[in-house]
Design a protein around this ligand. Structure first.
Ligand code: AKB
Length: 312
């Protein structure tokens, strides 16, 4: 039987693509998209849509009841750069929306939860290269602290109350159809738009700042795959490391120059440099590959070709 899905934060960078794919997979009527406001976009126009505040437990509970929801994908969050500017709201949104869905599952009103974590759970004392699942985790950003705390609560609700919650630590995500909002890895999307429009890009990070990244198609595949896996295969109930590629601004610029030779890049680091410096450069995701068969498709070269092809 198909799940009945509620996506909270469906109009964001991940939510938009996730809604599209889940509707294709399970049928439009089985995927209720929701967000804080109603935009005139594909998510709203292609199937059931509800305006919802992720901080309002009663609203979420009401939607679950009237639509007989079985699975919730909680995609609403403040990302790293925005969270630094509004720490109290970031903490409120990122934590309390999670408690709301965990408590609905604890009360057996829903069956399954997907909640995204991030490479931001790591911090400046974490080993930088090939960062493993279990290592030093002392996040130094508001966003990272909220994701790290969220992971602890997911694991707790699973162990103590049997809640079926599943999660991955997304790296920076690169997509052509929807812009990112307020992250430190956003430059890796902006650079494509500017390369095509202006043939130049002024980067807010330094040339050698290497971070883990992933093409959206892979991120959505991982999300659907972990949710479809038999429960017994999900051995980690905090969040799985997930990897595809790692590159610096200089490296992605060189890749773009293979397609647009006149493209140039300049560097003027801002407050986001400190955030980027606190995160790993590359991730070891062996557990996701072994436990539920994760495999990425896109590397820097194929992602760049695909991005430029779609944006043109
Ligand atoms: C951000 O930059 O804040 C996000 C993330 C890595 O979670 N893209």
């Amino acid at each position: 039987m198909n799940p009945k899905i509620l996506i909270i934060g469906a109009c964001g960078q991940i939510g938009t693509e996730l809604t599209r794919q889940l509707r294709e997979l399970y049928g439009v009527e089985n995927v209720i998209a929701s967000d804080i406001r109603k935009l005139n976009n594909d998510v709203v126009n292609s199937g059931p849509f509800e305006v919802i505040n992720a901080l309002d437990f009663n609203q979420i509970e009401h939607l679950v009841e009237i639509h007989n929801i079985t699975d919730i994908y909680l995609m609403a969050a403040l990302l790293s750069a925005t969270a630094e500017k509004n720490p109290a709201f970031a903490w409120d949104l990122n934590m309390n929306s999670l408690f709301h869905v965990l408590n609905l599952a604890k009360a057996k009103k829903i069956k399954k939860i997907f909640w995204p974590s991030s490479i931001a759970v790591f911090g400046p004392t974490t080993p930088k290269e090939n960062t493993s699942q279990y290592t030093i985790m002392e996040p130094s950003t508001v966003y990272g602290i909220s994701k790290q705390s969220g992971e602890r609560w997911c694991e707790y609700y699973n162990h103590v109350f049997g809640v079926d919650v599943r999660s991955v630590r997304y790296p920076g995500l690169i997509s052509w159809s929807t812009p990112p909002g307020g992250g430190t890895t956003d430059y890796a999307v902006d650079i494509f738009h500017k390369a095509l429009l202006d043939k130049k890009y002024d980067c807010f990070l330094t040339a050698q700042t290497k971070m883990p990244m992933m093409y959206m198609e892979d991120a959505i595949a991982a999300t659907i795959q972990i949710m479809q896996a038999p429960a017994a295969k999900i051995k980690i109930r905090s969040s799985y490391n997930l990897a595809a590629m790692s590159f610096s601004p200089a490296e992605i610029a060189r890749e773009i120059q293979k397609h647009i030779p006149e493209f140039t890049i300049t560097y003027h680091a801002d407050f986001r440099q400190k955030i980027a410096d606190s995160w790993p450069a590359s991730i070891n995701d062996v557990q996701a590959r072994e436990d539920w068969g994760w495999k990425h498709k896109f590397d820097l070269e194929s992602m760049t070709t695909n991005m430029l092809g779609n944006l043109k």
